[in-house]
Design a protein around this ligand. Structure first.
Ligand code: CO8
Length: 263
């Protein structure tokens, strides 16, 4: 089935999902969340995918949050269902086995910021703006923002952002550790693709293991985290990619990874 609210493209193992409702600053409605979820399933089922990039259509926004025209009509039950749906899709994004980079080209507000918090890292345009402005609508973040933002930037910084609902420019988001790199608007996608290509050239099994070890370890104590790393390391060493990577080093040539888990 074709997509209407997102654009889904892939080239050389690099998938790109572009949120595509520019007239509503790419706000997240039910239809868009359904399509986003379906595209993530498509990516999961495709062994050739190496990296996913998320970005927004138009020059103004990545995603300006949940669609307020839909949200304004919700009763409590509908709000819970919508919040759960958003959390499930964002959870699916976070547990995707391949690395995900957010290319934030403008406003990333509310649910839009919450999507970026589930990506593995964020590059932003100089003109991007981040924020969780839900408090100004009389609500709170509902797509995991109260949980992921404090884990990323610390509870005090997160509380200030969530309690005030203030929007912060990309430079400030970088200062507090939300954003890895800031780029001029015209070169954002090119810079993200450059990094995506570098990642895509590595072994799929070791990328998956590194992502899982980091994410699982963050929810555990350091001893459990190191045990998770040991198991992931052992699985990697048994992969065809590890044999190729170490042989290539010893033979002084460039490794060609095939992404196979076992020989
Ligand atoms: N939802 C629906 N439409 C939107 C949204 C949105 N979140 N954001 C912008 N739009 C629409 C505007 O209504 C406008 O439409 P129109 O041209 O038909 O009037 C168009 O996009 C352009 O927007 P503006 O004219 O407002 O553009 P400005 O440059 O003046 O302002 C802003 C840009 C600052 C981004 C402003 O649009 C804004 O403040 N938007 C809302 C931001 C916001 O509050 N986001 C949080 C939403 S709540 C949320 O995300 C909760 C997630 C969890 C939900 C849990 C489920 C219950």
């Amino acid at each position: 089935m074709a997509y209407e609210n997102i654009i889904f493209q892939s080239e050389d193992g690099i998938a790109t999902i572009t949120f595509n409702r520019p007239k509503a600053l790419n706000a997240l409605n039910n239809a868009l969340l359904n399509e986003f979820s379906r595209a993530l399933d498509e990516i999961s089922a495709n062994e050739d995918m190496r990296v996913l990039i998320l970005t927004g259509a138009g020059e103004k926004a990545f995603v300006a949050g949940a669609d307020i025209t839909e949200l304004a009509k919700f009763n409590a039950l509908e709000a819970k269902i919508f919040s759960k749906k958003g959390q499930d899709v964002i959870g699916k994004l976070q547990t995707l086995s391949i690395p995900v980079i957010a290319a934030v080209n403008g406003f990333a507000l509310g649910g839009g910021s919450e999507i970026t918090l589930s990506c593995d890292f964020i590059y932003a345009s100089e003109t991007a703006t981040f924020g969780l402005p839900e408090i100004s609508l009389g609500i709170i973040p509902g797509f995991g923002g109260t949980q992921r933002l404090p884990r990323l930037i610390g509870p005090n910084m997160a509380k200030e952002m969530i309690f005030t609902g203030k929007m912060i420019p990309a430079a400030e988001a970088r200062e507090i550790g939300m954003v890895n790199k800031i780029c001029p608007p015209a070169s954002l996608i090119e810079e993200v693709r450059k990094t995506a290509k570098m990642i895509a050239s590595k072994g799929k099994a070791s990328l998956r293991a590194a992502k899982q070890a980091i994410n699982s370890g963050l929810n555990a104590d350091i001893v459990t985290g190191c045990n998770i790393e040991c198991d992931a390391f052992a699985l990697c060493i048994a992969s065809e990619d590890a044999k190729e990577g170490t042989a290539a080093f010893l033979e002084k040539r460039k490794a060609v990874f095939k992404g196979r888990l076992t020989t």
